[in-house]
Design a binder for this molecule. Structure first.
Ligand code: ZN
Ligand code: ZN
Ligand code: FE
Length: 749
């Protein structure tokens, strides 16, 4: 066979991940000739060789790639007979536009780097900032694109001759590794005492000593600071909680390795795979002991070291508490000065370094469900990887909700969801939100022509969208909260056709002006029909009832005609409908039952009622309570709640009641879906909304729906809570759903 010339196009995330050197080596090994270059869609090669050899080469590219590359497609096009090209070249790309330069998330140290880190004969032995093309900081140090050292926070350091040699040598693992550095030329650690004064000696040793003595140390990480302390010392954990004003929220731990994690938790194979993946999220695992000082629910958040510094630190401990260094809901600290100021009185010491963090990025938080990531928070290690969506040339910004804020910018077939941002009601968080929007728009060169927001006029994200749309004369679209949840789960699963949706969360503005959250929908991106919901619950005192959940229990008991000590003020408010908005939020039903069962009368964060019920529920309980429906397929929970009260009075164990209550919700949803299926003929169901963070429901509802012959789709690429909602807003806007607030849509220009 004569040699031929062929073009090979590789699409996906193949830039800035060591892809061209990888190609170079592969081509050389196979004795092929030609060139490779970056294009706006990926990389393009022209090669000469035997037809079989070229086909085989293309086949190899389909499954073999550098660790950080994501190959979406490989296409081979024969161009004709060989022209006798000799050798192989990496040629510069001329037409590359900024937006197609995808940026990698931050990546945990690779095995090669770890070997060097612990090899006394290596020049980077014990150096906490080593990295290579296959690992290291990325997103958090990038200031601008292209991804080149001058546009990162590593620009402050000049490579020494040794490092520069590695950087320029195509056979070296550090070829074009932008953050490449060594102890001679790179960032350095330093340690400060509680007053912020630098302490001499080995910084890491000083930090370890402080931790060992029961101190709290602020440690500068990848996307921000952590506060660390021993996890086996309840006194110091308590002190940390008090100082940080985090009395109740669970604290995550960092374990030395998967083996150390097994001392604390039960790990499945899938969980171990995700835990040890280069993304290094916090994985919520079933704990072996109560560890009530760390968390009062059934799961313990565990992560493994994800920087060389962590690896060095964790040589001295099996596990440490590691929690984001911030006060309550304010964004995580990222700069040295900021940390020294904000953490005064909280930290007993500071392990600092002089590599700046450009963009804050919190740890990702997830469960492993059905073998895949199930996000509570999609952030460090995943951001800014795009989510592939249906192609659309219009640049769009979706602004998300408010409490678990997020945004999503999109153009073409990529959507870029932001990382964890938090509650916009804090001024600092709002500022972080607007800064990150601008950062994403610059990095991906997306200039939105259309903005999308929630229907809720008072969400700060909505106000941002309104103001910006007005100022920049952009089209603005508004989307109902739960419609966005449903669309988010559809887009997460690449569903196009209309389907059914079980959308359960705490709150969101409905189209009738009341608060929704226990919703059953049929429809798609363009529009939905509300097929059913739950009996509205009066929130005595409005927002106050979200924290003081005994108010919800009071209103529910009253609605059920259950005896209770009357509260005249409550009665007056209910009778006059004074500050008593009604809600169909499933989260509120959980809150009410939680308070009735005496688990808690007040909660410190939204959704805690559901968390406590889940934690209380015993395993293996199959019982259910009565289910009734009223006009319009509205779940009348009064029969269920009366049964809860009766069993409680009879002295049935709280954990059994909690389980039976949730079993009832599963059964209720199954009945509703069966009915919706009959009414519409749709046999696919998406599950979305913050309530589906409840693992008890998540593990029981899908199999139950499958028994009804339905196909069930859950989230895996974005979160089911409000953080994942911006993706849904975006997809609705692309397909002409939502309500036009003002401005013409881009097509009409
Ligand atoms: Zn490496
Ligand atoms: Zn160097
Ligand atoms: Fe929601």
């Amino acid at each position: 066979m004569e040699d031929i010339r062929a073009k090979i196009e590789v699409r996906g995330i193949v830039q800035g991940v060591g892809y061209r050197p990888f190609i170079h080596k592969l081509v050389r090994r196979r004795g092929l000739n030609g060139w490779v270059k970056n294009t706006s869609r990926g990389v393009e090669l022209e090669l000469e060789g035997a037809p079989d050899a070229l086909r085989d080469f293309a086949e190899t590219l389909r499954h073999d790639h550098p660790p950080l590359a994501v190959v979406e497609s490989v296409e081979l096009t024969p161009l004709g007979p060989a022209q006798g090209e000799e050798g192989f070249a990496i040629i510069p790309s001329t037409t590359l536009s900024r937006r197609n330069t995808l940026i990698s998330p931050d990546v945990a140290p690779c095995d090669d780097c770890l070997r060097e880190l612990f090899d006394p004969n290596d020049r980077r032995y014990g150096y906490p900032f080593l990295n290579c093309t296959n690992c290291g900081p990325r997103f958090t140090i990038v200031k601008d694109v292209p991804y080149d050292r001058p546009y990162t926070t590593m620009s402050a350091f000049t490579m020494c001759p040794d490092c520069a040699d590695e950087y320029g040598d195509i056979d070296n693992r550090r070829y074009h590794a932008q953050p490449n550095c060594c102890p001679d030329c790179g960032p350095q650690l330093r340690y400060c005492d509680e007053k912020g004064d630098e302490v001499g000696g080995e910084p890491l040793d000083a930090a370890c000593a402080c931790l060992r003595d029961g101190g709290i140390v602020a440690i500068k990480g990848l996307g921000g600071f952590h506060l660390a302390c021993r996890c086996d010392d309840e006194t110091v954990v308590q002190r940390l909680r008090e100082r940080k004003h985090r009395e109740e929220k669970p604290l995550a731990i960092m374990c030395r390795d998967a083996e150390a994690a097994k001392q604390f938790c039960i790990l499945t194979e899938d969980e171990e795979r995700v835990l040890t993946s280069f993304h290094r999220p916090i994985v919520l695992l079933k704990k072996k002991q109560p560890y009530t000082h760390l968390t009062n629910n059934g799961f313990l958040g565990v992560m493994l070291p994800y920087t060389p510094l962590h690896h060095l630190l964790m040589q001295h401990f099996d596990a440490l508490v590691m929690t984001s260094a911030n006060l309550s809901d304010i964004p995580i600290c990222k700069d040295n000065d900021e940390a020294l100021r904000a953490l005064r009185g909280i930290a007993d010491g500071y392990l600092l370094h002089n590599r700046d963090i450009e963009t804050r990025c919190d740890d990702s938080l997830l469960w492993v469900y059905a073998g895949r990531e199930y996000f509570a928070r999609r952030s460090r290690g995943y951001v800014p990887y795009p989510v592939t969506v249906e192609p659309d040339p219009r640049p769009i910004l979706a602004c998300g909700a408010e409490q678990k804020a997020s945004f999503c910018v999109s153009e073409g077939n990529y959507a870029f969801p932001s990382g964890h941002i938090g509650d916009l009601k804090n001024l600092e968080t709002l500022e972080n939100y607007t800064q990150q929007i601008r950062h994403f728009e610059r990095l991906f060169d997306i200039h939105p022509a259309m903005l999308v927001c929630d229907d809720h006029p008072d969400y700060l994200s909505t106000r941002y969208a309104r103001e910006r749309a007005k100022e920049e004369h952009l089209a603005l679209l508004s989307v109902q909260h739960h419609h966005a949840h449903m669309a988010s789960c559809m887009a997460d699963n690449r569903l196009e056709d209309e389907c059914l949706g079980v959308i359960w969360d705490g709150t969101g503005l409905g189209t009738d002006g009341t608060i929704w959250g226990g919703e059953f929908f049929a429809g798609g991106y363009e529009s939905i029909r509300r097929m059913g919901t739950i009996r509205p619950i009066p929130l005595i005192g409005g927002d106050k009832a979200v924290g003081e959940i005994w108010r919800i229990a009071y209103a529910m008991r009253r609605d059920c005609g259950l005896a209770q000590e009357g509260k005249p003020l409550m009665e007056r408010m209910l009778a006059r409908k004074l500050n008593c908005p009604v809600s169909t939020g499933m989260g509120r039903l959980f809150d009410g039952v939680c308070a009735m069962l005496g688990l808690r009368q007040e909660v410190s964060y939204e959704g805690q009622g559901a968390v406590l019920l889940e934690a209380a529920a015993v395993d293996g309980e199959e019982g259910t309570y009565p289910i009734a429906w009223s006009e319009g397929r509205v779940f009348d929970w009064r029969g269920t709640v009366r049964a809860v009260a009766q069993e409680q009075a009879r002295g049935v164990e709280t954990g059994v009641i909690a389980a039976r209550f949730m079993n009832t919700l599963v059964e209720m949803a199954a009945q509703q879906c069966r009915w919706m299926h009959e009414a519409t003929g749709f046999d696919r169901v998406v599950l979305s909304g913050g309530v589906f963070q409840n693992q008890y429901l998540l593990r029981r509802l899908p199999p139950r729906l499958m028994k009804e012959g339905l196909q069930v789709f859950c989230h895996s690429r974005v979160s089911c809570n409000d953080e994942g909602l911006s993706l849904g807003q975006l997809e609705i806007a692309k397909r002409g759903g939502g309500t036009n607030v003002f401005g013409s849509t881009p097509e009409n220009h």
